[in-house]
Design a protein around this ligand. Sequence first.
Ligand SMILES: Cc1cc2nc3c(=O)[nH]c(=O)nc-3n(C[C@H](O)[C@H](O)[C@H](O)COP(=O)(O)OP(=O)(O)OC[C@H]3O[C@@H](n4cnc5c(N)ncnc54)[C@H](O)[C@@H]3O)c2cc1C
Length: 378
Amino acid sequence: MLTLPFFDESHRQFAERLQVFCADKIETAFREADTDPLDAGREAIRLCAAEGLLARLVKTPAPDMRGICLIREALAARSGLADAVFGVQGLGSYPIVLAGSAALRKRYLPRVATGEKIAAFAVTETEAGSDIRSIRTRARAEGSGYVIDGSKTLISNAGIADYYIVFAKIGDASAGEKTRLSAFVVDADTPGLRVARQIPLLAPHPIGDLELQKCRVPGDHRLGEEGDGLKIALATLDRFRPSVGAAACGLAGRALDEAQGHVTRRTQFGHPLSSFQATKFSLADMQTELDAARLLVFRAAWLADSRDGRFTREASTAKLFATEAAQRIVDRAVQLHGGRGVVRGVAVEQLYREVRALRLYEGTSEIQRLIIADHMLM
Ligand SMILES: Cc1cc2nc3c(=O)[nH]c(=O)nc-3n(C[C@H](O)[C@H](O)[C@H](O)COP(=O)(O)OP(=O)(O)OC[C@H]3O[C@@H](n4cnc5c(N)ncnc54)[C@H](O)[C@@H]3O)c2cc1C
C-alpha cells in the first residue's frame, strides 16, 4: 500500500506509526463480541485523541484526507467500532471547519481535537434517508437565534456526542414560503434535545434516534448562511466518502490476512487448503480487488488534498467500489474458513458483520451510482 504514488514521506512514516498504535491499543481494547457501544465509543475517542489522531480532523482549511484514510484503514482493521466513531468525529467537525464563524471554530475545534467534545452529524429522518432534500425538521428564527423542532434517526454517536450538526429547514412550505435547508451546531445538553433511543445494529456501533422539541440555538451556531445546508452536507460527504472506502479496505485487508493464515494452517485431504487451485484463485481475486479499491480510495483522497475544485465523482467511485469489494472479500474469507467462519468471536465473523453497514451510510451504493452517472452525463 505504501508504494502507491499518492503519498509523501510523512504519510509513509505516519502509516508505520499507526500500525503500531492500532496493534497495541485498538486491537486489545475492542475485538470483543459483546462490547457496549457507548463505553467503547468513548474509549475509542480517548485513545484516538491521546494518539493525536483527532487533531488531524480539525486542520484548517481542510484535513489531509490521505492521512485520514490511512487512519481509518488502520483502525478498521482492528475495530470497526473505533473506525466508525473516528469517522463520525470528522463528519461532525468538518462542517464547522468549512462554514463555522471564527468564534465557533475556536470554541469547538480545539476540544474536538482533544476528545473533550464528541461530534455527530444529524441529517437522516424517518421519511428522509437517501433524499436529503425532503427533511422535515424545522428551524424558525426567534430573537437573535433559532428554535428547532423535529426528529432524526440512525445518528451515529448519539448518546456519546457532546454536540450535533443538525440539518433543518427554515421557512414553511405549507404556507407557500420558500424553504432554506440550513445547518446548526446544537449542543447535546440543549433543553428539548434528547436521545429517544439507542439502536442495536448487526455490529456494535453507538447510534440512535434524536428528538428536538423547541431547542433554542444561538444565532452564531448557524453554519454559513441560511440555505447553505445542502451545500455543507454534500461538501462534507464528498470529503469523507473516500475515507469510508478506506475503512472498507481496512476490514477487507484484515479478512484477507486472516484467510491467508487459515488456508496455510488448515489441512484437508492430506494437503493444506492453500495448495488447492480454487483457494489460490480465491486469494488472488481478493488481493486484486483490494489493490483496485485502495487505488481508487487514495486517488480520491489525493485529489481532495491537491485540487481546489470538486472531486465528487472520484469520491463516490472510491466509496462504491471499495465497500462493495470489501463485502465480497470478507465473504470469501468466511468461506475459506469453512464452518469456523461463522462462529461468534472468530475475526472473520466479526468482520462480516462490521462490513455490511459501509454500503449504506454516507449514501448507499445506489446513490453513489446515481452521483457517478449524473457526473458522466453532465
Ligand atoms: C451504520 C449506520 C450509520 C449511520 N450514521 C448516520 C449518521 O451519523 N447521520 C445521519 O444523518 N445518517 C446516518 N445513517 C443513515 C444513512 O445515511 C441512511 O441509512 C442512508 O442514507 C439510506 O437512507 P435510508 O436508510 O432511509 O434508506 P432509503 O433512502 O429508504 O433507501 C432504501 C433503498 O432504496 C434505495 N434507493 C433510494 N433512493 C433510490 C433511488 N433514487 N434510486 C435507486 N435506489 C434508491 C437505496 O439505495 C436503498 O437500497 C447511518 C446509517 C447506518 C446504517
